[in-house]
Design a protein around this ligand. Structure first.
Ligand code: AMP
Ligand code: GLY
Length: 423
């Protein structure tokens, strides 16, 4: 069973269903694209007792948790503590591990404890406004202000000057835009470089690296406008070469796992490291305790049918040795969004899309739902159109062509995903 309802979960489902080991698959709650695998009448994970009963009734062997919410809220701990679920393998860290994503203050302190390269930062609480303002006199701009807690990727403000920093502080502390998540704020040094997303699968002790990806976070062409959950992705971005990935492994992945172990955290799940490549060196921007979205929509199509076995074994605490099967081609995805995204997406419009996009092309559903006999858009990010090709230029074009064929009122997408990576 895959928990979640986005494009990430659709992409994971398509891969896992290709495994000969997969007898039956459910996606809960899923979307219109995963209807085929709908877990009918499965209660929400928050209704734990009823959910656990459903899982037992349906003899589910493995649960893969897509989004961060259940992880941060201790869902894995609940599963582990339930003697009736003793045979269930669950992929995702427990609540202690999920703090790497759930609290930026915690993860910054963690990185500092284990010498993991990251931007310098100080944290202030809403009760320390005058101290924080005095601190602003001692820093250089741009400065990055970040809500400590979860804010759906929107709690980060890059401030070109003191005036913008003061405005951002008002947003966090006066308007309380992010509620409790913004009561502590990190004041962080700005890193100038190029970003990428590195993913590893962990079984508590060992890790295996998945394909690397680049995400496009800004809503507008040429990286303009507000941040979103992600408007598109490319895997692999050519600048993340073997030498760089080796540095990532040595300087970041190994010390992170060693640190988790040291703190008594047995981390089983996907670890997503958001990195800035500054010169040739990687710096951690953030940890997430799950796969990225839309990165999963370029990473999973490049993974083989062996992935289910890796995931199952990781959830049980013993991954096999060896390497993953990875398709060497480029994968590019373009996210088609609802008018108004990211602030106020307009939803409920009937959609058309390329239902059978052809070999090596995918239309991964995100915010879609069935209403009567139609599929309608039901969220900000609606569909991720992925294409694979040996030639990056072709992959970019085909992903974009597919995106242009997704049709509903107000649909828009970035038609420059991947352009910066073309020679
Ligand atoms: P986060 O939610 O921490 O991933 O931050 C969202 C985005 O803000 C990142 O993807 C970066 O583009 C940008 N960002 C965050 N921290 C920094 C930093 N220290 N320097 C430069 N850009 C940053
Ligand atoms: N695309 C970035 C994320 O999933 O957080």
């Amino acid at each position: 069973m895959i928990l979640g309802s986005g494009g990430r979960e659709h992409a994971i489902a398509v891969n896992l269903s290709s495994s000969p080991l997969c007898e039956e698959l459910w996606v809960s709650p899923g979307n219109a694209g995963t209807r085929h695998w709908a877990a009918k009448d499965c209660p929400d994970w928050r209704d734990f007792g009823a959910w656990s009963q459903w899982v037992r009734d349906h003899h589910v062997d493995l649960v893969v948790i897509g989004p961060e919410d259940p992880l941060v809220h201790g869902f894995v701990d609940q599963c582990k503590a339930d003697p009736l679920l003793a045979d269930l393998a669950v992929l995702g860290p427990d609540q202690a591990g999920a703090r790497l994503e759930g609290s930026k203050d915690f993860s910054k302190a963690f990185m500092n404890r284990y010498g993991i390269p990251t931007a310098l930062a100080r944290t202030f609480d809403s009760s320390e406004r005058s101290l924080a303002e005095a601190y602003l006199d001692s820093v250089t701009f741009p400065l990055v202000l970040k809500a400590d807690g979860l804010a759906a990727g929107k709690g980060v403000v890059i401030c070109p000057s003191r005036a913008e920093a003061m405005e951002a502080l008002d947003m966090f502390w006066v308007q309380s835009r992010f509620g409790n998540s913004g009561s502590k704020v990190l004041f962080e040094e700005f890193l100038n470089g190029i970003e990428c997303s590195v993913f590893v699968l962990c079984d508590g002790t060992n890790t295996v690296m998945l394909p690397v990806a680049k995400d496009y976070k800004k809503v507008g062409h040429g990286d303009t406008g507000p941040n979103t959950g992600g408007m598109g992705a490319v895997s692999p971005p050519p600048f993340a070469d073997d030498h760089f990935l080796q540095r990532v492994e040595e300087r970041i992945i190994r010390p992170t796992l060693a640190g988790l172990k040291q703190e008594g955290i047995e981390y089983r799940g996907f670890l997503f490291v958001g990195l800035m490549k500054v010169g040739h060196e990687p710096y951690v921007i953030e940890y997430n305790v799950r796969m990225g979205d839309p990165e999963a929509q370029v990473v999973f199509p490049r993974l083989g049918p062996d992935m289910l076995e890796w995931i199952y074994r990781a959830a049980q605490g013993h991954m096999p040795n060896g390497a993953l099967l990875v398709d060497s081609r480029y994968a590019v995805t373009t996210v088609v969004c609802s008018d108004g995204y990211p602030s106020e997406p307009k939803t409920g419009f009937i959609m058309l899309w390329p239902n059978e996009p052809g070999e090596d092309r995918y239309c991964f559903h995100a915010g879609t739902t069935w209403r009567d006999d139609h599929v309608v858009n039901s969220g900000g990010r609606v569909m991720a159109t992925t294409a694979l090709h040996t030639d990056l230029h072709q992959a970019v074009q085909e992903s974009r062509n597919l995106a242009s064929a997704v049709d509903f009122e107000g649909a828009f997408y970035r038609s420059d995903i991947g352009d910066d990576l073309l020679l």
